[in-house]
Write a protein that binds this ligand. Sequence first.
Ligand code: NAD
Length: 438
Amino acid sequence: MRVSVFGLGYVGCVSAACLASLGHEVIGVDVNQVKVDLVNDGKAPLVEERIGELIAEVVRAGSLRATTDVREAIMDSEVSLICVGTPSEPNGSLCTTYLERVTEEIGAAVAERGGRQTVVFRSTMLPGTCLNLLVPILEKHAGGTAGVDFGVAVNPEFLREGTSVRDFFDPPKTVIGELDPASGDVVAALYDEVPGEVFRVPIPTAEAIKYADNAFHGLKIGFANELGAVCRALGVDSHQVIDVFLADRKLNISPAYLRPGFAFGGSCLPKDLRSLVHAAQRADVSVPILSHVLPSNADHLQRAVELVERTGRRRVGLFGLSFKPGTDDLRESPLVELAERLFGKGYDLRIYDPNVNLSRLLGANREYIETRLPHLAQLLAESVDEVLDHAEVCLVGTRDPAVLSALPHGDGTVIVDLIHLPDAEARRAEPGYVGLAW
Ligand code: NAD
């Protein structure tokens, strides 16, 4: 199929490259010229396992190219996937500005071209957004009726940054919210070769399923971290507790997101919880459990700050800055928040994150760092040793092998383990080891 993908961020880039590798002819569209140029050069505008090789391969084969020109993309495709961002507004509600703008542009281009286009929304959006907000915009600008003159579907994305290419080819599920069966058929054909169960549901159901996923993931992490904190205070090994808890086959609970570790963050869980709670409040629905997931997460982050304070040392090294290992994504990273708190308290801080450094070198996250995090940019080190030479206390929030193999043992440096390191059991016996997630 000939596919246009709007938004070459984490979701759009992975979708575009993976669809191209399945044999579709893909054109990616972004307003950001740097991302478009990187893709056309066969380079990934993000750091993620396998994405660099995949983009190089499909661009070389001629099955993926990128442009900033919406009209060109619509002329050259029969199905469009919308993957633009839906961040939080300052009051916690969902920002639909990018979705509205891209929908207008696509509508206008569809009107000009004629013929049936299927417009598929992959961005996360609250139930009702597609039918009540976006379909009317499309109908106005395309000059036709949705489900008759053009197709509309919602196809939420369930990738996890760090393993997103793997997740694309082996997804936990494929959800297709369809306006009409013909629209759903187009989306199903796109993923013909992808394994796993396909759920064809009404559009608002598809929108809500994504929130069920992300709210539950946040809830599980919060549960595990609170359990970890209580166990730690009572001198109990929370990982042993969780291991046995999960071994109960009758409970049949997935271990995903249930390991006591660091606070969660990123561009999805916090903002999706925020907008879900905001929507519940507007609808006058009391949601005390969902309302307390983010405060619980904030408390966990504060525990990490207190662990550092208790060491009484001032020269701090932080390993890891992105919101989790395996990605360069800094949006709402709890490690950024931790760094900012320590920096604000006057700690002498150095930070090392190889994925963030690589992304900065490529230019992918350079603008984000320079505009949003200039205060941390000056603290970024080029090597593990630069941080080790500086630090009296090392905070470890990454599983990068180069960091793990270089971490000292019992040389007087305090190791604050934020994520339960692979060798946490052995390290526990060493003086100077402090685990946030025991
Ligand atoms: P992102 O910010 O990384 O990428 C969005 C891209 O859209 C940016 O490159 C931006 O320049 C581009 N864009 C904005 N307006 C545009 C326009 N008018 N035309 C073309 N491009 C435009 O966002 P993301 O992390 O890929 O997330 C996209 C959506 O997918 C969000 O709704 C998010 O909630 C959802 N989602 C994200 C993930 C994830 O792990 N990142 C997982 C599942 C779902």
